[in-house]
Design a protein around this ligand. Structure first.
Ligand code: DGL
Length: 273
């Protein structure tokens, strides 16, 4: 049996916040991470571009032997996942699996809210796709979901501007805009894997009674359940506690900053897609 690592893809650093939770939840598994830092942010790009970039990444993971790839990026999940699953996989390899982050999050988000008013903060691409509205309605039809695009937040994170005046300005602005649309929101989902890095700032400007939900633990638990329910896929995953990292961006920059996202130092290899 050809056992291989689980592929984890993000437009840049954000997916490392998800990978960190995968490693905690599934410590024996091997993971192969790819951040497309050279071409991020994806949030402002059109559907075709995000789909094309994501498909390139998925094919690269398959070339490395991965049987299972997680799109640890909401924008890629919103704009590319369905087409890849329905149109591309049947031609590429019907035994391979590609999963995203929107459905597992939508399955549980309603549980966190006491009054049924939830805010979803994401990239422009994720918000415009309405993927969260559509998916959440399947599981929690009575939930009132209000979306807020936060186009500047990914740039703040990718440029490491966590504690700056710009961060204060943009974080306060988008939170205010969201709460103006529905002042009863008691739960806010950070529907972009980059946003947990702004958590301190977000907490600073979010009213104290609002619960802020990051996706990492939710996605990790869901992956664990998926592997338990699909032993044929689980059997194809290698388990030597090995992690490898690739970036399409500047290697020194990635290695210097990735530890903030991942929580411990790491050394990536460069890749040109
Ligand atoms: N981290 C990605 C997400 O979860 C988006 C970042 C980007 O715009 O590239 O949506």
């Amino acid at each position: 049996m050809d056992k291989q690592p689980i592929g984890v893809f993000d437009s840049g650093y954000g997916g490392l916040t998800i990978l960190k939770e995968f490693v905690k939840e599934l410590p024996s598994y091997d993971f192969l991470y790819l951040g497309d830092n050279a071409r991020s942010p994806y949030g402002e790009k059109d559907f075709d571009t995000v789909y094309e970039y994501t498909l390139q990444a998925v094919k690269w993971f398959f070339d490395q032997g991965c049987h299972l790839v997680i799109l640890a990026c909401n924008t890629a999940s919103a704009k590319a996942l369905r087409t890849i699953q329905q149109k591309d996989l049947p031609y590429i390899d019907t035994t391979k699996r590609v999963l995203g982050v929107i459905r597992p999050t939508s399955e549980v988000i309603g549980i966190y809210s006491e009054n049924g008013h939830v805010g979803v903060m994401g990239t422009m691409g994720t918000v415009i796709s309405n993927s969260y509205l559509i998916e959440i309605a399947k599981f929690f039809p009575d939930l009132k979901v209000t979306q807020q695009a936060c186009p500047e937040w990914v740039s703040l994170v990718e440029n490491h501007l966590f504690n700056t005046k710009e961060a204060d300005y943009w974080v306060e602005k988008y939170i205010k805009e969201l709460l103006q649309k529905d002042e009863n929101i008691d739960t806010v989902l950070l529907a972009c894997t980059h946003y947990p890095l702004l958590l301190e700032k977000i907490q600073q400007f979010m009213p104290k009674q609002v619960r802020i939900i990051s996706q990492g633990k939710i996605i990790a638990k869901s992956l664990n359940e998926y592997l338990t329910n699909h032993p044929e896929i689980d059997d194809q995953c290698s388990k030597n506690q090995e992690l490898s990292f690739y970036t399409t961006g500047d290697l020194t920059d990635f290695n210097n900053h990735a530890s903030v996202f991942f929580g411990s130092p790491l050394e990536a290899k460069g890749l040109f897609l």
